[in-house]
Design a binder for this molecule. Structure first.
Ligand code: PMP
Length: 431
């Protein structure tokens, strides 16, 4: 499908030069079909494509842009930083400033190490968990994504008590076998696994609000139960708050649900849209990281001054304005509007949401775990996605992704999205 001459020419050339035409798979629109949109610029809640069309953006760069595109404070901070040099590979004040801000907002972290992506944060935190416990096995949950490190590109083995198998060619079976994959929101399954193999487990890694199978909030007691299992069996609890950090509350999901993890991974909002990530926890654990301790982890661009400045500006605005209740109200307005629009069109749907992140599933029933969301009608989502694009709304190009709002998405913008959804769903219902 043509998106205009400039877009089409870029897409043709991109496919020649980049595998699949992109630098991260979901951007290629394979799950919804059609040609990806090339963007020229963003402003507040809007994206503008290379043909000059405007869209309400509900992707927000997959989470980082909690203040919308090109927020003046972030632009000013990044510009000022880059004018003083883009990288030093040596200590700079911005690292101390951002660390101070992060540790105030996330009290379970007494020290933090900055890295360049969520993948890197998780990979490093798992190395630390293995070193600290002297154990090799890690536990993750089906439908949770933690980046593309080998130990995490793993699918469930054939039985609940077996360890994982590679989920991508190139992942060694011996590494995958050290990762157990259990059903999300199923505490009984985790208890059964720990009863059999708890003494081998270095850590449980979990998205405290699953957001990579679409948004699936934790069942009451699930996170508390994981905390108790870790305590009983001497394993560490790692909350991957790459999506939820600074988004669902100042202190992320751990603050929202009152469950304290041992280790936390962050990214996205932390860097204000620049490449960034972080992991942290109690001082005694973090003192194991090189050069304080023996666990090796390093990075040429880690603590990059431009990323630090942009991240600090974004966290400063959050701390000053405390936008979480307002974001929650916007999320509620959108979720209610979408649910009404589906009902009016006679289309079965479930809207999940925590604060400003959520997903509209074309699903008859609750979206409470991976098995349930897999029953969603992905064909209908693909048609909906195309119909929303036509109406000027940019949704994540997959049924199994989170939608994100920013402080720039005011009620009028949200109503624009709801109106587009009503039109799109009505068109879908009659098609
Ligand atoms: N953890 C979670 C929970 C994520 O959602 C993601 C990416 N969306 C990652 C880790 C990996 O982050 P990155 O893409 O920055 O490597």
């Amino acid at each position: 499908m043509s998106r205009g001459p400039v877009n089409d020419a870029l897409w043709r050339e991109a496919q020649e030069l980049l595998p699949g035409g992109v630098n991260s798979p979901v951007r290629a629109f394979r799950a919804v079909g059609g040609t990806p949109v090339f963007f020229d610029r963003g402003e507040g809640p809007y994206l503008f494509d290379v043909e000059g069309r405007r869209y309400v953006d509900l992707v927000g760069s997959w989470g980082p842009l909690i203040l919308g595109h090109a927020h003046p404070r972030i632009v000013a901070a990044a510009r000022e930083a880059v004018e003083r040099g883009s990288s030093f590979g040596a200590p700079s004040p911005g690292e101390v400033d951002l660390a101070r801000r992060v540790l105030v907002m996330v009290p379970s972290m007494e020290q933090v190490r900055f890295v360049n992506s969520g993948t890197e944060a998780v990979m490093s935190a798992i190395r630390l968990a293995r070193a600290a416990t002297g154990r090799d096995v890690i536990v993750k949950f089906e439908g949770c994504y933690h980046g593309h490190a080998d130990s995490l590109l793993v699918a469930a083995g054939s039985g609940a008590l077996t360890l994982g198998i590679p989920d991508s060619p190139g992942v060694p079976g011996v590494l995958a076998a050290l990762t157990a994959v259990l059903p999300y929101n199923d505490l009984a399954a985790a208890e059964a696994f720990f009863a059999a193999r708890g003494s081998e487990v270095a850590c449980i890694i979990v998205e405290p609000i699953a957001a990579n199978m679409g948004v699936v909030p934790p069942r009451l007691g699930f996170l508390e139960g994981l905390r108790a299992l870790c305590d009983r069996h001497g394993a560490l609890l790692l909350f991957d708050e790459v999506m939820t950090g600074f988004r669902v509350a100042a202190g992320g999901a751990q603050e929202l649900y009152g469950v304290r993890p041992d280790l936390t991974t962050l990214s996205k909002i932390l860097g204000g849209g620049f490449p960034s990530g972080a992991y942290g926890g109690p001082r005694a654990l973090m003192q194991m990281i090189a050069p304080a301790g023996p666990v090796y982890q390093a990075g040429t661009l880690s603590g990059n001054p431009v990323a630090m400045a942009a991240g600090a500006a974004q966290l400063a605005v959050l701390a000053e304005t405390k936008p979480w209740p307002a974001l929650d109200a916007r999320g509620a307005r959108l979720a209610a509007g979408l649910a009404d629009a589906c009902a009016a069109a006679g289309i079965a749907a479930t809207v999940t949401r925590v604060g400003s992140m959520g997903t509209l599933f074309f699903l008859d029933g609750e979206a409470e775990d991976f098995a349930a969301v897999k029953r969603a009608d992905t064909g209908r989502f693909a048609r909906f996605h195309a119909a929303m694009l036509e109406r000027g709304v940019y949704l994540p190009p997959s049924q199994f992704e989170a939608w994100f709002l920013s402080t720039a998405h005011d009620d009028a913008v949200i109503d624009e999205v709801i109106k587009a959804a009503r039109g799109a769903l009505t068109a879908l219902a009659v098609a």
